[in-house]
Write a protein that binds this ligand. Sequence first.
Ligand SMILES: Nc1ncnc2c1ncn2[C@@H]1O[C@H](COP(=O)(O)OP(=O)(O)OP(=O)(O)O)[C@@H](O)[C@H]1O
Length: 337
Amino acid sequence: MTLPEDTILSVRDLRTWFKAKRSTAKAVDGVTFDLKRGQTLAVVGESGSGKSVTSLSIMGLLAKPGAIESGEILFRDRTGSVHDLARFAPRQFRALRGREIAMIFQEPMTSLNPLYTVGDQIGEMIALHEPVSRAEARKRALDMLRHVEIPDAASRLDDYPHQMSGGMRQRVMIAMALACSPSLLIADEPTTALDVTIQAQILDLLRRLQAQFGMSILFVTHNLGVVAEIAHEVVVMYAGRVVEQAPVLDLFAHQAHPYTRGLLACTPDAERDLCADGARRALYSIPGSVPPITALPPGCAFEPRCAYRIPACTEALPPLVRVGANTVSRCIRSHEI
Ligand SMILES: Nc1ncnc2c1ncn2[C@@H]1O[C@H](COP(=O)(O)OP(=O)(O)OP(=O)(O)O)[C@@H](O)[C@H]1O
């Protein structure tokens, strides 16, 4: 298994399907991307596009009947060894999760136990992977609370999660995720439930922690505003497939796929949306909805909603092709739009 030195994660032609008696939901269908060491790659798309199933596949947390059908998930651990997580057994994942790869979610209470103090939970996470004494675990937990900038950390160590605000709980979850200095952090919509000020603070914190700890981040979100804040590289998913990938500045400067263009038009922008007379322009929304992944058309899955569609779009699935120095797009008209 070969992986370029600067790459920590390489997802190659990944297919994760949910097979039922009558139909197969191809939630992830041939997804490929690379995440460079120390960088943030954002996976963006509407609800149901396969973002979470991609991250759960990487973490080995798929619920049945979900299973990896084919493809590779190459991951470089801190010793430099490369593993194919698509072929990992549950026992191997248990040794890896928390220590090498950690995950944070939208809802902190999915990770936090309401019955234990935050200090005990962070300490427990450290003790699970490292031979530390109780006192040492407690000291490390306190250090982590300081790293995530919880004010007056020493007095919050013995708080229960319910004694903290949503933003603080999110910080505790980040502290727990980073307690063993994982090299990869998977963040699935971690700021979606927060109000905008707290959201900005958490994104800022993640950026600072990334610079400090040097971890790579796979950031799953439906929000292009958040992508602009945090990502180096962006993967746009639609109906289980990658439709565009580009460095963040390139993607915001020019969208090669009509779906990306539509997503961007749906993102509120005060300057663009406010008219000279103070009225607000109606926010654009992409017409139609994501087709059911159990019954995708043979051609481009976005074609029924696309303003650029031509008859050829329905004939075959467009391949992902290079359309710029660092951009790939799955649209036969990318060069014209
Ligand atoms: N347990 C399951 N059984 C069958 N299909 C599933 C299951 N879990 C997910 N799927 C399918 O996988 C598709 C992708 O889901 P996924 O949660 O990855 O989307 P998403 O892009 O993360 O959306 P959201 O932002 O709403 O979480 C969905 O359309 C859903 O139909």
